[in-house]
Design a protein around this ligand. Sequence first.
Ligand code: FE
Length: 192
Amino acid sequence: MSIELPALPFEKNALEPHISTETIEYHYGKHHQAYVTKLNAAIEGTDLANKDLEYIVKNSKGGLFNNAAQVWNHNFYWQCLTPEQKVPNSILSSKLQESFGSVDAFKDAFTESALGNFGSGWTWLVQNADKSLAIVNTDDAQTPITQDQTPLLTCDVWEHAYYVDYRNARPEYVKHFWALVNWNFVESQLAA
Ligand code: FE
């Protein structure tokens, strides 16, 4: 059994003008695909070969972990995006309000975290084991699923996520990211 590259939940051009078809072709078609290919090569013939992706992420280190976690993180990232530009519905809104003061205050704090995430990494909204919400940054391939945190939303802040569209302007990319957030998906990840 090998790890598959999941189909995108939207057409390649569906996120324009915020994220271009060219970015999707490279980010999904080349970068994400390469993590999948390298992961499959690394687990072939090992005890991890017949395990699911989450198990592999939680039980590996070094280069194998990096590829497995990057597959998991990207699988999650694509699900966080939609061209339908929804706003958070009432359950999620009140949860964000309770935790951050308001939905806008949450977006400001998440943006500040994403812009301050040094180098390559990811910015996340997570739910802790005690059900509280938090914004966390991870470096490189690191992922909250190894920290007993449930990811609700992520923004990929590796340069490959925005260099084609915005060159080095991460703030522009994050601004456009907000037009694409799939709030229904974020809410669906909240623990009951
Ligand atoms: Fe990426």
